[in-house]
Design a protein around this ligand. Sequence first.
Ligand code: ARG
Ligand code: ZN
Length: 494
Amino acid sequence: TQRTSAAAAPATIGFSAFSGTAPASSGKGGPRYSAGAAGTGDTYFPYAGNGGYDVQDYELALRYEPPADPAVLTGRLSGVATITLRATQDLQSLNFDLRGLDVASVRVDGKAAAHGKSHGGDNAEWSQQQDDVNRIWELTVGLRPKLKAGQTTTIVIDYGGATGQPLDTTGALYGWVTTADGAMVVNEPDGAATWYPVNDDPQDKATYTFRLTVPAGKTAVANGLPAGKPKTRAGWTTWNWRASDPMASYLSTASVGDYAVSRDEGPGGLPIINAIDDGVTGEDLAETTASLALQPQMIAFLQDQFGPYPFEAFGAIVDDDSVDYALETQTRPVYSEVANELTVVHELGHQWFGNAVSPADWKDIWLNEGWATYVEWLWAEHQGTADVADEFADTVAELDADNGWTLNIADPGRDGLFDSPVYQRGAAALHALRAEIGDDAFFAGARLWLTRYNDSTATTEDFEAVMEESSGQQLDTFFDDWLREGDRPVMPQP
Ligand code: ARG
Ligand code: ZN
């Protein structure tokens, strides 16, 4: 799917090919083709994602050389991205997001495009623009012939460059993070463009094939399931993975390390594939192994609460390096140094809340983090180690102590996306909602949310509407008090 409102797209940013709003005349009353917008108008990341098309499939053939000297965290990445997409408007050009990597060639339906930016000739053309201050990282492809709405095309992009330590707007490591022994790849929110040309918008979910070539002895692990055996030739091994469930780009991964891969099985024979770096040892390894062994039970528990596990597989990538957080990469979360039990159930919870149903705009992030935190509480209660009422009381006390109520979590600001009130106030709001409308309406509402918006995206307002539908109650004031107002809400009656 794709954002439908073109109105929110960013205006001209200084390059005619980026204008994206003014239709270009094709003359003689024929169809009017225009440049696809350079962004989707996300509240916090207006230039992430692009307009005018919907990606069906990414095939990413990557070759990666980890640092030669572990003290210098620079790697080499080269890739061929084969992107199959469908135009959603009559297009004369379109954009991908690509940050810090150089394009060598572009082919459109098998025909080579020329490097240039006039977009006036008979051949397809491409050019790159990079503006770090405004977070504008664009590869523009002029299309010849132009593309009519509804038509499908395949664009093949050859690219590459050095890899390092990209930072998100909060100063955290993300994207293709070069490690001493490989790479940890965690894109949330806008880091996918650090390793492939992408329509970096959660609204444009697609399937993925990964062909990851790394030095023999290294292991590359991506989303989904293995697609054939790894093949070694001339000192390089290619690992193939296929993610056949639609996936938002921020949830893709292709991590590289000294991983030992093991298989387990979840409910209904669900394949569980775990990759643990051989640098994870001692207590960290013991804790990781124990937490991952609980995955089948966690899946069974969450299926009872929220309905069928949404994807073809699950598992973990546990790296010995650290980005200081874990990420719910689809079907295969990435962990830093250790996977602890509550983090594992948190990332599992995200497979329903965040991955199957994704935020329509980054300001809706509490729908991900509030739910994943609430899932931690539910699991702890199920295991008998805590109860939800106490978790709620403790969290309210922390929000009181930290002045946490002042953050409007339905619009926490670009650099507040992962601030603790997004998690804590989010989970507290869900528990208060449950107290307000009762268990039946609450869990029925959660399931309605997950089925209605499965494989798609939704907003906070959509969530409020679902809960009003499920409960038959008017909840405007409730949600304003619990998500948005700057004061401590009135607590629910026990
Ligand atoms: N969604 C992750 C989690 O709570 C956190 C991601 C933090 N990302 C970042 N770029 N700082 O599981
Ligand atoms: Zn989370």
